[in-house]
Design a protein around this ligand. Structure first.
Ligand SMILES: *Cc1c(COP(=O)(O)O)cnc(C)c1O
Length: 355
């Protein structure tokens, strides 16, 4: 029996979108492919409020994170770290031999614009990595205000991992002047894993042309060259692209503002429930709109709750991430999940826990 996913990635994929993966195969150097690629482009630009090209990577999000730091750091990168994925971005930067430093703060605290300003004042950095929505802790960093600070330093680029936020919350790419904003599609896009997308600014492409190449598969100049022909440098995950194209059309017919409002409403319901019965892990004011990380203040047996939800209700939620494994549990309210499904999940938990 299928277990319906309420996990913060991968998320549940609707059956009619899964069927798109079975579209007969086309050749990636054919006009049919270029047409598919060209159809996807304006829809992604609309979703991201941008005129920038949006590249498609046949990789998970980690590949796009690697692409950002290997192409766009000429001098030194500042990695802002307040959770597992921002920590990973620091490891990716370091692991590729890119000069960098981490600014690490407690995982239940948001990155504040002043902290970033203090670091950039040193003049050491020409790029900053930021995770919009820390999936490990259910915390949303104030990206717009951080962008304002970064933009006051003309040579510093802002690179944003928006993996579990994109397609669930508004990302005003051009207004906030984001140089690189990426996501994998298995989170709020509600698609199977295997593709990542990234909007890349003009000045980022100009810098990528100057920086000595550190990566072949993730080389931005190479990707851009093919992008202009509505192609990818190597054979992409074409079935996923059919699914992405169909899902983007669904999002636009729902209305992207409506989609964001639905996410905000689901977050409100889950967070009110969490506050009534438990507590919420990150500091107030920075709770995520796409998932909630619930603090296990009742000392419940988290693995047991997860097992019973799977066995008795055919639904799956997540435990805490890493060190927070049994201290928290996480409910995703992102993608195509509807209000009644979230209500049903909460009632199932109430029943199991006798709340
Ligand atoms: C899931 C996730 C990642 C890693 O994604 P992969 O697709 O597994 O590479 C990175 N950052 C954030 C914020 C995530 O939620």
């Amino acid at each position: 029996m299928h277990k319906r996913l309420f996990t913060p990635g991968p998320t549940e994929v609707r059956a009619d979108i899964l069927k798109e993966l079975a579209t007969p195969q086309i050749h990636h150097r054919s006009p049919e492919f270029a047409d598919l690629y060209a159809q996807i482009q304006p829809k992604l630009q609309k979703l991201l409020y941008t005129q920038n090209p949006v590249f498609l990577y046949t990789s998970s999000s980690t590949g796009a994170m690697e692409s950002a730091v290997t192409n766009l750091v000429a001098k030194r990168c500042l990695n802002l770290v307040n959770g597992a994925f921002s920590k990973r971005w620091h490891e990716i930067t370091e692991g590729n031999g890119v000069p960098c430093d981490a600014l690490s703060i407690d995982w239940d605290q948001a990155i504040k614009p002043e902290m970033v300003d203090e670091q950039l004042k040193t003049g050491k950095y020409d790029a900053v990595t930021l995770v919009l929505n820390e999936t490990s802790t259910g915390l949303m960093n104030p990206v717009e205000r951080i962008a304002e600070v970064v933009n006051s330093y003309p040579d510093v680029f802002l690179l944003v991992d928006a993996v579990s936020g994109m397609a669930g919350v508004k990302i005003d790419t051009d207004a906030w002047k984001l140089d690189f904003v990426l996501a994998g599609v298995q989170k709020a896009f509600a698609l199977p894993a295997g593709l990542a997308v990234a909007a890349v600014s003009e000045r980022a492409l100009a810098r990528a042309a100057q920086v000595l190449p550190r990566s072949y598969y993730f080389n931005l100049n190479h990707i851009y060259k093919y992008h202009k022909k509505n192609q990818t440098p190597s054979t992409p995950a074409i079935p996923h692209m059919f699914a992405l194209n169909a899902q983007l059309s669904e999002m636009l017919s729902e209305g992207i503002e409506n989609r964001f409002a639905r996410h905000a409403k689901m977050a409100e319901i889950v967070q009110a429930w969490a506050q009534k019965n438990f507590d919420i892990y990150p500091e107030q004011g920075y709770w995520s709109k796409t998932l909630t990380c619930i603090k296990n203040t009742r000392g419940i047996d988290v693995p047991n709750l997860i097992d019973r939800l799977a066995e008795e209700y055919n639904v799956r939620i997540s435990n805490g991430y890493g060190a927070l494994k049994n201290e928290t549990f996480r409910i995703a309210h992102m993608g195509d999940t509807q209000m009644d499904e979230i209500e049903g999940l909460l009632r199932a938990i109430d029943t199991i826990l006798g709340l």
